[in-house]
Design a protein around this ligand. Structure first.
Ligand code: 5GP
Ligand code: ZN
Length: 118
């Protein structure tokens, strides 16, 4: 199953370079960039480049490896950004999960407390 870019999706636009972002990491499958409204001193998002709307849609076998890589990357990128004392990883799914952007993403939040939120 392929996931073509959704022209109305803000994160697809970031993947395509049509909307600027402060990139943390990029490879052939994944992109990580700083959240525009951070809850913590360090708050970045890890997304698949493919337009997978939610965790419900991560259904292919290939998505298992993708999800694994997203979580595998989280501590490595956190350390690169100086986050050595722990962090939160959050994935919001669907309306009841308060997912605002319909393109799968993992929040990674860390840095010294207090935080703005969370
Ligand atoms: P959600 O509520 O869907 O889990 O989180 C979406 C996140 O995307 C929010 O934390 C929000 O601040 C962030 N966000 C929304 N639009 C943009 C954008 O254009 N650029 C960046 N860097 N972050 C965004
Ligand atoms: Zn998208």
């Amino acid at each position: 199953m392929t996931h073509p870019a959704d022209p109305g999706c803000i994160f697809c636009k970031i993947v395509a370079g049509q909307v600027p972002s402060r990139k943390v990491h990029e490879d052939d499958q994944l992109l990580a960039f700083h959240d525009i409204a951070p809850w913590a001193p360090v708050h970045f998002l890890i997304i698949p480049k493919a337009h997978i709307p939610t965790l419900y849609d991560a259904s292919d076998e290939s998505h298992q490896a993708l999800l694994g890589r997203m979580l595998w990357l989280a501590p490595r990128l956190a350390l690169q950004l100086g986050v050595t004392n722990g962090f939160r990883t959050v994935i919001n799914t669907g309306p009841d999960g308060h997912q605002e952007v319909g393109h799968l993403h993992v929040h990674v939040m860390g840095g010294p407390r207090p935080w703005a939120r969370g």
